[in-house]
Design a protein around this ligand. Structure first.
Ligand code: HEM
Length: 146
């Protein structure tokens, strides 16, 4: 993947303003509410029985932060997301058995949360750069599936 100077700047400038726990939690809550089958992977998280329970679940908050921290690693290694996420892809594939279609769903949830968070600052150019970046993340996480 090649990044233009503008795309690099755009991704980094948005990232610098992202509150990782807040945005991570909101994206994960949306995933679990909108795509309820994803709840099965988080059977150790306790009560996920309704949207309020999901949004108030401490493990969801903690895991939202974990996921967005990994996105931050991808931001720091934009030119090499595939190898940055090789181990994480293997984990999701071989140990967690997460259906990789769900990466795209989480990516879509993240796009929505970023747009809702940044409002007018989420211009079409910003949207396009982040859409591309999220697609790179989804592809990297899917890379160790065979
Ligand atoms: C664990 C990142 C998508 C299910 C993790 C961990 C990270 C991570 C960093 C912790 C790994 C470790 O402990 O070494 C991501 C990223 C994603 C993504 C960046 C996409 C942007 C998903 C999706 C699902 C999922 C879509 C399921 C629908 C899990 C589960 C764990 C996990 C079940 C273990 C949780 C636990 O028991 O603590 N993920 N993940 N992940 N992920 Fe993902």
């Amino acid at each position: 993947v090649n990044w233009t100077v503008t795309e690099r700047k755009t991704i980094n400038s948005i990232w610098a303003k992202v509150h990782i726990e807040e945005v991570g939690t909101q994206a994960l809550v949306r995933l679990l509410v909108v795509y309820p089958w994803t709840q099965r992977y988080f059977s150790t998280f306790g009560n996920l029985s309704n949207p309020a329970a999901i949004a108030g679940n401490a493990k969801v908050h903690e895991h939202g932060k974990t996921v967005l921290t990994a996105v931050g690693e991808a931001v720091r290694h934009m030119d090499d997301v595939k190898s940055t996420f090789a181990k994480l892809s293997k984990l999701h594939s071989e140990k967690l058995h997460v259906d990789p279609d769900n990466f795209k769903h989480l990516g879509d949830c993240l796009s929505i949360v970023l747009a809702a968070t940044f409002g007018h600052a989420y211009t079409p150019d910003v949207q396009a750069a982040w859409q591309k970046f999220i697609a790179v993340i989804v592809s990297a996480l899917s890379s160790q599936y065979h």
